[in-house]
Design a protein around this ligand. Structure first.
Ligand SMILES: Cc1ncc(COP(=O)(O)O)c(C=O)c1O
Length: 367
């Protein structure tokens, strides 16, 4: 048997609906900013409980727009050390300085003490990622720190479509939420992004910047924008996915529960812990080994059994663009957390037989 790491979810009924919608778009010849983007944005906002949502062509674009709103140019933006490289790139695109802060390996996000220390007069935004779909149990501390210091809190919810904590959806916890619709994500449009916010100014800026910087009240281009909207065809795909998000999440939860119940209890590794009021989208299913060496060994043995698995990310601090910009080298907790992580296959329609095969082989390796 061969098990993929990740696969998009497009069952027949969903495909049929998407194709019907695309056909209508093509028939009506309105390929941009039409009925479908409006429907996607309204349904997305309603689903997660934000007052506004706006579609864009990627999460990276969404980050850049949020940073522009925060007026970060020549100022500083805080980013967690366990993040994706475009978190850094988007700050550099906006001519600001990324300040990289180490993580707490138990919450998968900021070490709160280090976050506090990194804030200063030049800090204009904090980017906060719900890595693997997990919302930190310390989330209130992050929100409070941003509020107390009047810093824009940008939630990168690219892994967290449908993640919830204390009744609130990811994407509604900060000032602006950014979701990716990249092919590997919990829901996809091929590629694309959605921003969520209660702030009309952010919404209006996004509306303008995604269409070359054209003023929303006149047709003057008065800002430096780009061709950043999400076309109608991809909105049809995103809608097909969004309409099935509940089903997608419940299937992923089912797979995660299978892992929790059937992976052997072993002191060499640990799994994420959840309170009763926290739900993950299960973008990834990560476990964390005490020893980096063991994580590497288990990964390579699973790969030999044709079970695709990875660590959460290649660290951003190992990327050339990071080094060239001298963004720091000392992130011991993030380094250890990423290197000791092992993400097992997780996708919406993973089969019981695939889960059984993974667990059987994992047990043989561990025990
Ligand atoms: C946490 C996170 N943020 C942002 C992105 C970038 O998303 P996009 O490709 O939609 O720009 C990714 C990438 O996949 C990601 O994992």
């Amino acid at each position: 048997m061969k098990v993929n790491f990740n696969k998009p979810y497009f069952p027949k009924v969903m495909r049929k609906q998407i194709l019907k919608d695309i056909d209508l778009v093509l028939k009506n010849k309105k390929l941009m900013l039409g009925e479908k983007s409006k429907e996607l944005e309204e349904k997305f906002a309603k689903k997660i409980g934000s007052s506004l949502a706006i579609s864009v062509n990627s999460a990276t674009t969404g980050l850049q727009i949020a940073l522009r709103f925060a007026q970060v140019k020549n100022n500083e933006v805080i980013i967690p050390a366990a993040s994706f490289i475009t978190n850094v790139n988007s700050v550099l695109f906006e001519s600001a300085k990324p300040i990289i802060v180490d993580c707490n390996e138990n919450t998968l996000t900021y070490d709160i003490k280090k976050l506090k220390k990194a804030i200063n007069r030049k800090t204009k935004a904090i980017v906060w990622i719900h890595l693997t779909g997990y919302i930190s149990p310390e989330y209130k501390k992050i929100i409070d720190l941003a509020k107390e210091n009047k810093i824009l809190l940008i939630e990168d919810a690219s892994h967290a479509h449908g993640s919830i904590i204390d009744g609130k959806f990811a994407g509604t916890l900060g000032d602006v939420g950014i979701f990716s619709l990249y092919p590997t994500k919990v829901m996809t449009a091929g590629t694309g992004g959605v921003m969520t916010t209660n702030n009309l100014e952010i919404f209006n800026l996004a509306k303008s910047l995604r269409l070359f910087g054209r003023n929303i009240n006149s047709d003057q281009v008065d800002k430096l924008g780009n061709d950043w909207f999400l076309d109608e065809v991809r909105c049809c795909i995103a809608l097909g996915q969004l309409n099935n998000l509940d089903k997608i999440i419940s299937k992923r939860i089912e797979a995660a529960n299978y892992y929790y119940q059937n992976l052997p209890k072993d002191i060499s590794y640990k799994m994420l812990r959840f309170s009763n009021s926290s739900i993950s989208s299960w973008y990834n299913f990560p476990i964390f080994f005490k020893s980096v060496k063991k994580a590497k060994l288990v990964r390579s043995l699973l790969l030999k059994k044709n079970i695709a698995c990875k660590n959460i990310y290649k660290p951003i601090f190992e990327e050339e663009v990071f080094k060239k910009n001298n963004l720091g080298i000392n992130f011991p907790q993030a380094k250890k957390m990423l290197a000791s992580s092992l993400c097992l296959p997780m996708f919406t329609d993973i089969k019981k037989s695939e889960l059984e095969y993974i667990v059987k082989n994992f047990k043989e390796i561990i025990c």
